[in-house]
Design a binder for this molecule. Structure first.
Ligand code: ADP
Ligand code: MG
Length: 693
């Protein structure tokens, strides 16, 4: 149960003064939540300095000024379009306040002639006259303290002004209790960090721009708290799982041997190594929860198949789940012919499977007649009952959160879980997203793959490139043409792709196809299939060429406006043409003038094909803030921590967690108790609710 001391922070935002239902809606949009804590974790990103308090005569135009003035005269507009003016003065000069579209009544009330007022806003000088349009503050002298010297500026949304947010924040900050310290005292001392409460208060009251930096002590402290909560949760989930007894599975190898003998290649050392790791997990009496990372083309499919056969050898079942129908189909087409030769029954179950066939499959699954089932999410619907499911493999699913993993393994009580991803994930991010899992990496591609000939070309050379492409296609090459991301909307994305498609169709006629995200799955499949069987030679696509789509004959990839893609994305796209052993070509076409980071990104693509190197570089180069779609990894869900800056803190939190778990697994010491509060503070209660003291 949540500690009582936290109750005020988890109260509903509607308990704040001035929070009507409409405002609450907007706040929810802004914060993604409607509790006090959600508001408190919304940190300012800028400041307005109101400490400049000059005499009007000396005031520098263009600056935010706070001045004490006396109201002299009102000049209502003569025509409708004109603003309402109010003349005020201090003992040195006059200043005209300007109001557009404001009720005269309210101005008269706020600024009665003769009154003394403190106003604050941006001062301008026109024709040697001082003006201020819509002052930010107009207060009586007695309330002057309400004007902050330094005003925090928050990210906003429609319906919420900074002033509103500040007012709510003042109320919310009053509710922050003193909390027990969950960090190691010595550690805090070394870092010079404030306690949680002071860190939060200070984070909302920055004095200088420096206080907003990720490395400001308050910000670092809060980021660390969040990262520690993340690591500790994953650590606990991991410990908990280690307690779950699973089945100990180790087949006699007869099926696996037959398959390996059939392969036209030898397994690589890297494949052998991860297989041993997986077999060891399967043999152990504890449940497997393993992440298998391997770059595109590293040969994960055969690894998955062998792990599944290990289970089939002891009469167990295995399920392989892909994120899309195309990918499920593809896996089925690769795997079924192999298993057929060794008397293992493999079936495909997706949302598209016809009712009658589906019924048959469900029956056979329940009877244990099917050994291996391949499919989409359909595999884990409630009505799917397994005879003896031992192993669940999830392919290419980089958006698979810890909650989903928990759910998946709850499905069959003793099921071993293997998650495969082709997105090389930097180590730090693995820790933050998959810290509860064991991790295997196929770190080398099979020998003999030719490197992709990657070229960086300006879009001004487009017509030459198209001429070259025409020739290539006449020579029998198959190619992808990826159209750029357009930030504003998917619509314009599509428009750009359609326009490009229409252009190219003039040249390539019926050899060209178009796929995009707005198409129905069936339509998309149809085009993909025509490309696969060679009927189409050039495939124009918006960013989503499905991860993992395998058309070995396609050896050329052209990416338009490559500078708009994230590195990881470019790498994934290039991987599409790296399948066969023919020479593949990747053309990265860029438009306009390249910034330094954009240039560096494209250059890295030229220099290396190592997905892990690329992923690390991607993370390093991000700060630039110009990359679209870099959050694609879907790995990050932090409010206070930012992986672009706080990665090193994640490593510290990881170490810290190991110490905590070694020393005080049940969180019973004084610090352990405080750490529980931390977990609740960051909403980790769900993951640890089974965690009995
Ligand atoms: P991914 O890891 O991207 O899923 P796949 O399993 O689809 O990769 O393998 C890519 C290609 O490499 C396939 O054609 C597969 O048959 C081949 N392959 C897998 N392992 C090896 C190996 N050890 N040596 C040579 N080719 C291999
Ligand atoms: Mg694959």
């Amino acid at each position: 149960m949540r500690p009582e001391v936290l109750y005020p922070l988890f109260a509903d935002l509607s308990s704040l003064k001035g929070m009507g239902p409409k405002t609450l809606k907007y706040m929810e949009n802004l914060l993604g939540g409607r509790r006090i804590i959600d508001l408190l974790f919304h940190l300012p990103t800028n400041i307005i300095d109101r400490s400049y308090r000059p005499k009007l005569q000396n005031a520098v135009a263009g600056k935010i000024c706070t001045v004490k003035v006396k109201v002299v005269e009102h000049i209502p507009p003569k025509k409708r379009q004109q603003p309402y003016r109010v003349i005020v003065e201090d003992d040195t000069e006059q200043l005209t306040l300007i109001f557009f579209k404001v009720y005269a009544d309210s101005i008269l009330k706020n600024l009665p002639v003769g009154a003394s007022k403190i106003i604050s806003g941006k001062l301008e000088r026109f024709n040697n006259q001082l003006q201020m349009a819509h002052p930010d503050f107009i207060l009586n002298e007695s309330d002057a303290a309400e004007i902050p010297e330094i005003e925090p500026v928050y990210p906003l949304t429609a319906g919420i002004t900074n002033k509103m947010l500040e007012k709510f924040m003042v109320q919310a900050l009053k509710k922050v209790p003193e909390l027990p310290e969950w960090l190691d005292e010595q550690f805090i001392k070394e870092k010079g960090w404030p306690n949680f409460k002071n860190a939060l208060l200070k984070a909302h009251h920055p004095n200088t721009i420096n206080d907003l930096q990720p490395f400001a002590k308050e910000r670092a402290r809060l980021a660390y708290d969040e990262l520690l909560a993340n690591q500790l949760t994953l650590g606990i989930v991991r410990e908990e799982r280690k307690k779950i007894k699973g089945k100990s599975i180790s087949g006699d190898g007869r099926l696996r041997q037959k398959i390996v003998e059939q392969l036209p290649f030898k397994l690589t050392e890297a494949q052998e190594k991860v297989l041993q790791e997986i077999y060891t997990d399967q043999a152990s009496e504890y449940k497997m929860m393993r992440l298998l990372q391997g770059d595109v083309g590293s040969g994960k499919t055969i690894v998955a198949l062998l792990a599944m056969l290990n289970t089939v050898e002891v009469k167990g079942q295995a399920a392989l789940m892909a994120p899309t129908e195309i990918l499920a189909q593809q896996h089925y087409e690769t795997i079924a012919p192999m298993t057929e030769t060794i008397g293992v029954k493999t079936a495909l179950l997706t949302g598209k499977t016809k009712a009658k066939e589906r019924k048959q499959i469900l029956n056979d699954l329940a009877d244990g007649k099917i050994d291996i089932i391949i499919g989409t999410h359909a595999l884990f619907q409630n009505e799917v009952i397994y005879h003896n499911l031992n192993l669940a493999i999830v392919d290419e699913q980089h958006r698979f959160g810890v909650q989903q993993r928990l759910k998946l393994s709850q499905k069959g009580i003793n099921v071993d879980v293997l998650v495969m991803t082709a997105t090389p994930i930097p180590r730090t991010l693995v820790l933050s997203a998959y810290g509860d899992m064991d991790c295997s990496v196929i770190d080398k591609l099979p020998e003999g793959r030719k490197p992709v000939d990657t070229r960086v070309i300006p879009l001004t050379k487009l017509s030459e490139v198209i001429r070259g492409l025409e020739k290539q296609i006449n020579d029998g090459i198959m190619a992808y043409w990826v159209c750029p991301l357009v930030e504003e909307s998917e619509k314009s994305d599509l428009a750009a792709a359609e326009a490009r498609f229409a252009d190219l169709q003039q040249i390539f006629g019926d050899k060209i196809g178009l796929v995009h995200g707005k198409m129905k799955e069936a339509e998309k499949n149809e085009v993909m299939n025509r490309f696969k069987n060679g009927e189409l030679r050039l495939l124009v696509a918006t960013t989503v060429i499905e991860v993992g789509v395998n058309v070995p004959q396609a050896t050329l990839m052209l990416i338009e406006h490559a500078e708009r893609f994230g590195l990881a994305q470019l790498h994934q796209l290039r991987g599409r043409v790296k399948r066969g052993n023919q020479q593949a070509i990747c053309l990265l076409m860029y438009g306009g003038h390249l910034s330094e980071t954009a240039y560096e990104r494209l250059n890295i693509m030229k220099q290396t094909e190592d997905g892990f190197v690329i992923a690390e570089k991607d993370l390093e180069l991000r700060g630039g803030g110009e990359i679209l779609g870099t959050r694609q990894s879907g790995l990050e869900d932090f409010h206070l921590a930012n992986m672009d800056y706080h990665r090193h803190l994640l490593l510290v939190a990881h170490k810290d967690t190991q110490l905590i778990i070694n020393k005080d697994k049940l969180l019973q010491s004084k610090r352990g108790q405080a750490l529980r509060t931390l977990l609740y503070l960051f909403d980790k209660d769900e993951s640890v609710q089974n965690y009995q003291a």
